[in-house]
Design a protein around this ligand. Structure first.
Ligand SMILES: Nc1ncnc2c1ncn2[C@@H]1O[C@H](COP(=O)(O)OP(=O)(O)OP(=O)(O)O)[C@@H](O)[C@H]1O
Ligand SMILES: [Mg+2]
Length: 280
């Protein structure tokens, strides 16, 4: 066995695979029987309505949440079978832009992006400065490096989080709602940046989003989840041609149709309602 084997990108295998995976929390099943794969160099859009299970899927891919059934495999390793240390090592190869901030409010913009480099690499201060400024430049925030988080806008902090997710040049990157809170120009820039990065580094990118135009412009493949299952998958062109009512409603943003607006009734809600003594 070659000592470097773990860090080699397995080009002949998907970077990430879901094989008939079901996911949920306690007795609440969010997604059933989902199969998908992500190859090196690909940009994959993971789409679906609010509460459809996109963030849940990402948690399963990063090993934060175990599948109820089926298998999640990252870099060729089944996540249900790896130990803590191996999972840590796999996570080192992933970058995550979390849906809800997770930036350090007491650090400035520069230090937020520098953080993963200080934690996980032995780069010199000069190398860190260069890398961080490079990445801030890519998101248009080089001259904001010195600002405190309280001094930047919501959209700017999304872009800082984006720079932080990619600063270590991971092999697999998850972007959970990277376009939320961005103006149309920043949105286009962020989308093209994700594409450019995948092309340059050969990494795999999973973009979780509701934004159809931005993601369809850059995605090689789209997975659409809803009603507890995978509703559609294929290239953006495949999905545009789909006559499936769910796909059509999602793409057109029509208010009426099979895409649910109401949060589903769960066993936990039923129990809460019984305790409340409410018939509603
Ligand atoms: N930690 C948790 N414990 C219990 N239920 C959860 C937990 N996290 C999410 N859920 C539930 O799982 C379902 C899917 O949530 P998830 O966050 O994956 O949706 P999403 O597709 O990312 O939605 P959005 O687009 O609004 O971010 C929701 O019904 C949510 O309430
Ligand atoms: Mg989410």
């Amino acid at each position: 066995m070659n000592a470097n084997e773990g860090s080699v990108i397995e080009t002949d295998r998907p970077i990430l695979e879901f094989d008939r995976v079901s996911l949920g929390y306690g007795d609440f099943v969010v997604l059933r029987d989902l199969t998908m794969n992500v190859q090196a160099g690909e940009v994959v859009a993971l789409m679906g309505g609010s509460g459809s299970g996109k963030t849940t899927l990402m948690r399963a891919a990063t090993g934060q949440l175990l599948a109820i059934s089926g298998e999640v495999t990252a870099f060729g390793q089944p996540l249900s079978q790896v130990d803590r240390q191996a999972l840590q090592d796999l996570r080192q190869r992933m970058g995550v832009l979390f849906q809800h901030g997770a930036l350090f409010t007491d650090l400035d913009v520069f230090e937020n992006v520098a953080f993963p480099l200080r934690e996980h690499t032995k780069l010199s201060e000069a190398e860190i400065t260069e890398k961080v400024l490079d990445n801030l430049e890519a998101v248009g925030l080089r001259a904001a490096a010195h600002l405190r988080l309280s001094e930047i806008s919501g959209g700017m902090s999304r872009r800082v989080a984006l720079a932080r997710a990619i600063v270590r040049e991971p092999e697999l990157v998850f972007y959970d709602e990277p376009f939320a809170g961005l103006d149309p120009i920043s949105m286009g820039v962020a989308a093209r940046l994700i594409r450019k990065l995948s092309d340059r580094l050969g990494c795999a990118s999973v973009v979780i989003t509701h934004d159809v135009p931005e993601s369809f412009e850059i995605a090689d493949k789209v997975y659409l989840v809803g009603q507890g299952e995978l509703k559609a998958s294929g290239t953006p062109a495949n999905l545009r041609q789909s006559t499936d009512p769910y796909v059509r409603q999602f793409l057109e943003g029509a208010p009426d149709g099979p895409v649910a607006f109401d949060y589903p009734v769960t066993p936990a809600f039923e129990q809460w309602r019984r305790q409340k003594g409410s018939g509603r």
